[in-house]
Design a protein around this ligand. Structure first.
Ligand SMILES: Cc1cc2nc3c(=O)[nH]c(=O)nc-3n(C[C@H](O)[C@H](O)[C@H](O)COP(=O)(O)OP(=O)(O)OC[C@H]3O[C@@H](n4cnc5c(N)ncnc54)[C@H](O)[C@@H]3O)c2cc1C
Ligand code: SF4
Length: 576
């Protein structure tokens, strides 16, 4: 179900393994050359032409169960390739402790700092049922299949071994180098770098799933390099340099002759017989209803739709489906540099440099020195954002500047080329009170209830946001910014592009909905692919990890390591 970031790798790998694969995708098929007309910030990034309307994919949000949820705009697009088509394409690996957060926090702080406030706030931190080392080969497979550029920071345990200035010294060990080097620098990324170096931090080029020159993947698909057009995040790439399931996988799946793509087909229910899923009901583009049978059914429709369809189909995982939802809510910080021109009008969003000095527990000593009421666990990457169109800056004017009229126009005319933004995503934690369920009021055009999100930032997120905001402003000041502004609190309502949890993976059917392959304990021939299975989020963007998990599942299915009748046996065959 869906042909996007999570389901794409599974579809292509299973078709190549001679299985017969059908992809039911609710969005249209837009061949990549169509996007040569796509350099239009108003049409795509601002008005969201590729994003479904509320009646097609409704989503509601509330911060507290006592209030009625209100409709929220969806930010994920709907088309063949899904969010991978319009993403910015930052392509991070998670760190080793991201897969064992509960254990890592106990080891790090057990003796030194009491974490009762996390318990009081209902934090539900868990270890993943797999390790970084188990996922590492699949990270590499994803990096080569999609094409990810970067400098290695930790090659087989050697720190910054290739270019001592450029790799991320905090990254987990990789067995092999990236397929190619990162995007070139811009005035924005170099300004960020200068500020970071002033403060003794360790800046490096953000890894990105964007070809920097013509690249041929292991599937034999050749795509061109980036032209730095600047209509990237929120857009489909005009020449296919940005990697997505549409351009990096679909041709390989179709070449097998075993893959059938059915666009404009909206799945409305999973059909079960006993503990087996026997197929899905869907409505095609003409409005006609169908039933598609399948021996293995994989949900790859993004977190909200995956959870919503499970619940609507009566699959609750013993109450586990819908629990422990996590969304990214970190602040942004903006600045004006009076003495130089920056480059928000050109280049991809991911043309940036980053620091990981405040991610995970890399700043643990500094955090331990904070007053008890400011202490928090975890942190997040900080990076400069490459692409910033004038229309985006409209929402981001400094305090005192209205968003209309002569004053606003003068501000933009004088400062647009001098503006910079840093992203401080932070790592929100899972909480028992953060859920996705079915909205009792709102439904889509097919009568399926909307996904209703209940989530509120807690003390850990608020303290982390303040800390990261302070670090971001220090970096901008060190780089020479004059005016700095933003918000040192988590964004109150979800950003809705890094949404994970709701179908947590684990070892124990009593505490998780799926095993380490995303296989439902309750319905073992039904799988969830994508961020919904994440027990925790990490301070890095999620998509490379989504891709790696999907390649791992495809490999396990191909090698018949998954028991389609008993999810517990699959888990034990995989070493838990
Ligand atoms: C503007 C933007 C920038 C982003 N930047 C980054 C980034 O830099 N780095 C990063 O790591 N992540 C980024 N992301 C997030 C990234 O896009 C997601 O993590 C990723 O796409 C999630 O994969 P998925 O397969 O779960 O969902 P998707 O890729 O969205 O795929 C889901 C597919 O399922 C289809 N579908 C939904 N419901 C149904 C249904 N009922 N029936 C049939 N089909 C259905 C959808 O149409 C869609 O095609 C960004 C997202 C956006 C929108
Ligand atoms: S900036 Fe590069 S990757 Fe992004 S849309 Fe333009 S050509 Fe494609």
């Amino acid at each position: 179900m869906g042909f996007g970031a999570a389901s794409g790798p599974i579809a292509v790998e299973l078709a190549r393994a001679d299985l017969s694969v059908v992809a039911l995708e609710r969005g249209p098929y837009r061949p990549q050359p169509e996007f040569q007309q796509g350099l239009d910030g108003l049409r795509y990034a601002t008005r969201g032409e590729l994003i479904p309307r509320f009646a097609d994919q409704p989503l509601t949000f509330r911060t507290d169960p006592s209030v009625e949820a209100v409709p929220r705009p969806n930010r994920m697009p709907s088309l063949v390739g899904g969010g991978s088509v319009t993403q910015a394409a930052y392509a991070w690996r998670y760190g080793e402790d991201d897969f064992r957060l509960k254990s890592a926090l106990r080891e790090r702080y057990g003796a030194t700092r009491r974490l009762e406030y996390l318990e009081e706030d209902g934090a539900a931190i868990a270890d993943w049922p797999l390790t970084y080392a188990e996922l590492e080969p699949y990270y590499e497979q994803a990096e080569y299949a999609f094409g990810v550029g970067g400098w290695p920071g930790n090659l087989r345990g050697q720190i910054r071994p290739v270019n001592p200035e450029e790799g991320n010294p905090f990254e987990a060990p990789r067995q092999n180098d990236y397929p190619f080097r990162p995007l070139r620098d811009s005035p924005t990324s170099l300004t960020f770098r200068a500020g970071a170096l002033q403060l003794g931090l360790h800046p490096f080029h953000s890894p990105a799933a964007i070809n920097t020159a013509r690249y041929t993947s292991p599937y034999g698909i050749t795509r061109e390099g980036c032209t730095y057009c600047g209509f990237c995040s929120g857009h489909a790439c005009w020449n296919g340099a940005k990697s997505s399931a549409l351009v990096a996988l679909l041709p390989a799946a179709e070449a097998t002759g075993r893959f059938e793509l059915r666009p404009d087909c909206h799945v409305v229910r999973i059909v079960r017989r006993g503990n087996r899923a026997v197929g899905v009901e869907y409505v095609d583009g003409t409005g006609r209803a169908w039933m598609q049978p399948g021996e293995i059914i994989i949900l790859g429709a993004y977190t909200f739709q995956n959870v919503r369809l499970l619940l609507h189909s009566g699959i609750t995982g013993g109450g586990q489906v819908g629990k422990y939802f996590i969304n990214r809510a970190g602040p942004l910080v903006y600045a004006v540099f009076p003495d130089r021109y920056l480059s928000g009008y050109a280049g991809p969003g991911a043309q940036s440099q980053s620091v990981d000095d405040f991610n995970a527990e890399n700043a643990a000593e500094e955090k331990l020195a904070l007053p008890a009421d400011d202490f928090f666990v975890r942190g997040g990457v900080i990076y400069s954002i490459g692409q910033r169109h004038p229309l985006e800056c409209y929402r981001q004017a400094p305090p005192g500047i209205p968003r209309w009229g002569v004053t606003f126009k003068s501000f933009l005319r004088d400062n647009y080329l001098r503006l910079m933004a840093l992203y401080l995503p932070g790592e929100p934690l899972p909480y028992a009170s953060s859920t996705i369920d079915l909205d009792p009021v709102h439904r889509d055009r097919y009568g399926v209830p909307a996904a209703r999100v209940t989530r509120q930032a807690k003390r850990n997120e608020i303290r982390m946001a303040r800390f990261l905001y302070r670090k971001g402003t220090e970096m901008l000041r060190a780089a020479g910014a004059s005016t700095i502004w933003g918000r040192d609190l988590p964004v109150p309502v979800a950003t809705m592009t890094h949404d994970v949890g709701g179908c947590r993976m684990g070892h124990d059917p009593g505490r998780s909905a799926v095993n380490g392959y995303g296989q439902l304990w309750e319905t073992p021939n039904l799988f969830v692919a994508g961020g919904a299975v994440f027990p925790t989020l990490s301070g890095h963007n999620p998509t490379l990890t989504i891709w790696a998990l999907s390649f791992r599942l495809a490999d396990a299915l191909r090698r018949r390591r998954v028991d389609l009748r008993d999810a517990a046996r699959s888990a034990s065959a995989a070493g838990g």
